[in-house]
Design a protein around this ligand. Structure first.
Ligand code: MLC
Ligand code: AMP
Length: 505
């Protein structure tokens, strides 16, 4: 095996005329043609001076070419760094600097804004637009369709994904080839994916779910994907008849249930619905079964660990649980204070170990050591318990994290911006229930003495630095923040106090 990731997920299909992608316009792309495009992009990257081990930061719309860029990086031994298309220039600057990206690939519309940043940081800049045009695409168009695959072992880096830190700045999770290949194989087997499957894929491909779960499982099994640019209810309903399986965040499922056109007949032929990235309410699980007869298969994973647990394909899919540890994954519940393993039934911190667990955070050995124990167990920051049947139930988080529509939001990043605003003494950002996104962002602000800060002004100023999905949905002035005896802000009290703010009572 010359290059574990490329050979296992991609090269196997090099001569296959089978369909890999069903595109939004109804056209189909074979594995063979997709891999020709990927090979052209691999040559284009080399022509841009990118070397094995270099990082390529990619903020582009979801497209065939964007996916081909991922395959190209695998083939050329380049570390793929996908970035949320909602990130602002300020957010991107941090990722480009921290990763030491050799090349940044962005949409033409971001080129001018990023040109100075890239020049200062010594990163090259190329463009790739949603319609497949752009400077990198032009290079690829005339590039060769042959490429000498770069030798890579399982321990070599395949991708960086940034997952913000509870203490503010994001951390680059280093994912190896073995992390990705082992998990894709485990999931494809556990969920019975075959070359007969057609996955309805409406997730973004700049996160683990859409890239390493949905796309890698499809590639591992030789399945095909209905590759939609984003979640659009009409398109989901329109294309579902061609699909056999679907993966989504809970918001996908609550939106389908909110639409009467989503009927038992429409879902009848489907083999599997998978949910993850955020809690699926037991109520949603029950409503979905009542409407369609299908029991959603919920699984649990992280950027740092890929997928850890899954409800069974055959066997009881328990609502409100994330199933049992996947084959090869060890999971234990420990006391957050002592690290001692707790008995089944007791609530504690979820820790996992296995080939799915990442190598660590890029250039952050101390942060890595705090979460990745010497014995290989990774402290997830999630709180849970194991029931009598070995099913894991996530009951909360020991980390300051909000998950909105499946996107992670770290309060610290927003609090730092709020605290910098004139008239603000201090702030606290918490997640409160939201009917569509599950949770949404609420900012509490304590004004400086004898001031009455303008909340609209503060919102306008702070929002310029934040991707839309992170922007506080509401800011509220409060006299003080509840604190425990240690002086720590008690965010649970704030969450309780405002839990009905967005959810109809
Ligand atoms: C969009 N908006 C959001 C948002 N998504 N705001 C908060 N949270 C979100 N998740 C903004 C839009 O920019 C828009 O702003 C406004 O909210 C209304 O947008 P919308 O049309 O309702 O949103 P939509 O475009 O439909 O997107 C919602 C969504 C999307 C749920 C389809 O967020 C999505 O695809 N989420 C999936 C995220 C994901 O892949 N997570 C996996 C992480 S990996 P305006 O200003 O335009 O009105 C992981 C590991 C694992 O967690 O276990 O899988
Ligand atoms: P990310 O770092 O973006 O991969 O998000 C990982 C986090 O999402 C986990 O630590 C959990 O808090 C949460 N998560 C993922 N899947 C689930 C799930 N099925 N149920 C509850 N939380 C989940």
């Amino acid at each position: 095996m010359n290059n574990l990731l490329y050979d296992t997920l991609f090269d196997r299909h090099a001569d296959s005329k089978a369909t890999f992608l069903h595109l939004q316009d109804g056209s189909q792309v074979s594995y063979r043609d997709f891999l020709k495009t990927a090979t052209r992009f691999a040559n284009a990257l080399v022509e841009q001076g990118v070397k094995p081990g270099d990082r390529v930061a990619v903020q582009v719309a979801k497209s065939l070419e964007a996916l081909a860029l991922y395959a190209a990086c695998a083939r050329a031994g380049i570390v793929f760094l996908p970035l949320n298309t909602a990130y602002t220039v300020e957010e991107l600057s941090y990722f480009i600097e921290n990763s030491g990206a050799a090349l940044v690939v962005c949409d033409e519309r971001m080129k001018d804004a990023l040109a100075a940043v890239c020049a200062n940081l010594g990163a090259k800049l190329a463009t790739l637009n949603a319609d497949g045009t752009g400077s990198l695409a032009e290079l690829a168009q005339t590039a060769s369709t042959s490429f000498r695959t770069v030798q890579r072992s399982g321990d070599d880096l395949a991708a960086f994904l940034y997952t913000s830190g509870t203490t503010g700045r994001s951390k680059g999770a280093m994912l190896t080839q073995e992390n990705l290949v082992s998990n894709a194989r485990t999931l494809a087997n556990s969920w019975r994916f075959t070359d007969k499957d057609v996955l309805l894929h409406a997730l973004p491909i700049f996160h683990t779910h859409g890239l390493f779960v949905a796309s890698n499982v499809t590639l591992m099994a030789g399945s095909s994907m209905i590759f939609l640019p984003k979640f659009d209810l009409d398109e989901m309903l329109g294309r579902m008849p061609e699909a056999t399986t679907m993966m989504g965040v809970p918001t996908f499922y609550t939106r389908l249930l909110d639409d009467d056109r989503f009927t038992r007949d429409l879902a009848n032929h489907m083999r599997l619905f998978v949910s993850g990235s955020a809690p699926l309410l037991a109520e949603t699980h029950r409503d979905f079964e009542a409407r369609t007869g299908h029991r959603i298969l919920e699984r649990y994973g992280m950027t740092e660990t890929n997928m850890n647990t899954s409800n069974p394909y055959d066997g009881e899919r328990k609502a409100g649980t994330v199933g049992q540890p996947l084959p090869g994954v060890e999971l234990k519940i420990t006391d957050p204070e002592t690290g001692d393993t707790l008995a089944d039934g007791e609530i504690g911190q979820i820790e996992v170990r296995g080939p799915n667990v990442f190598k660590g955070y890029w250039q952050m050995p101390e942060k890595t050591a705090e979460e990745l124990r010497a014995d290989g167990f990774f402290i997830t920051g999630d709180l849970g318990r194991i029931d009598a049947d070995g099913y894991v139930q996530i009951v909360g988080r020991n980390k300051d994290l909000i998950i909105s529509g499946g996107y992670n939001i770290y309060p610290k990043e927003i609090e730092l911006l709020l605290d910098d605003q004139p008239g603000v003494l201090e702030s606290a950002v918490v997640g409160v229930p939201h009917p569509d996104f599950g949770e949404t962002v609420l900012g509490l602000i304590v004004p400086e003495k004898d001031t009455q800060p303008n909340l609209d002004e503060i919102a306008r100023s702070v929002n310029q630095s934040l991707a839309r999905f992170k922007q506080p949905r509401k800011l509220i002035l409060v006299d003080e923040l509840p604190r425990n005896t240690m002086g720590k802000v008690q965010k649970n009290i704030l969450r309780d106090a405002y839990q009905d703010l967005f959810v109809p009572a």
